[in-house]
Design a protein around this ligand. Structure first.
Ligand SMILES: [Zn+2]
Length: 394
């Protein structure tokens, strides 16, 4: 059973532009999804998020379950209503947060055991419980609890995690009480091992889920391994279902993964880096804290149409960053706008048949000297996107 519709509207080789219809909103892919940890994206109102063009927001189940709790969210009519967000939501399983935030988390066949950060008592998150919590929160897309292992780990642990992820998906499917309103996505694990990744993809595809995520990346693996895993998974995941690369990424990663046929992304980077005074621009990043900004009367990016770039100078933002919350709010606004504009450009260039031109233009801005990293050149070759005009490596 599915509560989504995924229509591919255009393609360039492996890249696709699609329309994703979810219970609360119809989105366009490729799509960046901002992370709103506690039902909020720090400092921005939901009105502003709509203005920026955000279509799906990610909520962290672990944080929401601790505060305000999933029972209270359920009682108040679900997370959409609770946070006043009329568009789509996605929640993660909570497992990743536990493993990455809590030192004492331990994974057994039953689930993830951890020490409660509230009272220190041992607690257990099972696949059933993760789904029950996510059913209460009520997001349009919910994620299966998987056995998360860092990609940099090797050996039998990776294989165990992949098999356990497959066993747990059946427990998640069985526990899912709202398949007509919420879409359960499975997560492909298997580290950097192509055989394990393939087994996991096949296992998940057999379960005929509404969508699939590629997990376990963005964990410190080298870039060449990263794109090869994405390329391998997107090649064997169904053409008719959305593909979500979890925890990715930087603008360049998103362009590469989209060329390889991925559709959805999430990352804390644009808002996190905003809090450190960094703005995303076509050339890479602009550090507003730098002394050279103190008398610069230009906007962050003269080609950006966002409210911040229309109204404020670099000099003003230099004054605010790190000293006033307003600084990081304005930079978050611009950075999310940048990511959403990137999403829109990817979508429209694929539809219009100008995807290679868009990619070359993007790379020329980011690497004006033509020093495009080799992993990007390699990935683009597999994606069938000719970037020779902006890349002196090839
Ligand atoms: Zn802007």
């Amino acid at each position: 059973m599915m509560a989504l519709r995924f229509e591919v509207l255009g393609r360039f080789n492996r890249a696709r532009a699609a329309r994703l219809t979810l219970p609360h909103f119809t989105s366009e892919t490729p799509l960046f999804m901002p992370v709103g940890t506690q039902g909020t994206i720090k400092g921005l109102t939901t009105k502003q998020l709509e203005e920026i063009g955000c279509q799906i927001i990610l909520g962290n189940t672990y944080h929401l379950a601790l505060r305000p709790t999933s029972e209270l969210i359920d009682e108040l009519g679900g997370l959409h209503k609770f946070m006043n967000w009329p568009r789509a939501l996605l929640t993660d399983s909570g497992g990743f947060q536990m493993v990455s935030l809590l030192h004492l988390a331990d994974i057994t066949e039953e689930g993830v055991t951890f020490q409660s950060p509230v009272d220190g008592k041992p607690m257990l998150l099972t696949p059933e419980e993760s789904i029950q919590i996510q059913n209460r929160i009520g997001a349009d897309i919910i994620m299966a609890l998987d056995d998360v292992v860092k990609t940099t780990i090797t050996g039998p642990r990776i294989e165990e995690a992949m098999h356990r992820t497959l066993r747990w998906i059946d427990r998640c499917i069985a526990a899912h009480k709202r398949p007509r309103e919420q879409n359960l996505f499975g997560i492909v694990q298997g580290g950097l091992d192509p055989v394990l990744r393939d087994l996991c993809v096949q296992g998940l595809v057999e379960r005929n889920l509404p969508g699939y995520a590629i997990g376990g990346l963005a964990g410190g693996e080298d870039k060449d391994s990263f794109w090869r895993v994405v390329a391998q998974c997107t090649a064997s995941l169904p053409e008719t279902k959305p593909r979500y690369v979890m925890g990715v990424g930087y603008p360049l990663d998103i362009v590469v993964c989209s060329a390889l046929g991925a559709d959805m992304y999430d990352c804390v980077y644009p808002t996190r880096t905003a809090r450190f005074g960094t703005a995303l621009v076509p050339g890479g990043v602009l550090r507003l804290k730098h002394q050279s900004m103190s008398a610069d009367t230009r906007p962050i990016d003269s080609t950006c149409e966002c409210m911040v770039c229309k109204k404020y100078t670099r000099a003003y933002l230099h004054c605010l960053v790190t000293k006033d919350a307003m600084g990081s709010q304005l930079l978050s606004y611009h950075n999310l706008y940048y990511m959403m504009q990137l999403s829109r450009n990817l979508h429209s260039s694929i539809i219009q048949g100008t995807f290679p031109e868009f990619v070359c233009n993007f790379l020329r801005n980011m690497f004006p000297k033509g020093d495009v990293p080799e992993w990007v050149c390699n990935a683009m070759e597999v994606a069938g996107v000719d970037i020779s005009s902006c890349c002196h490596n090839t």
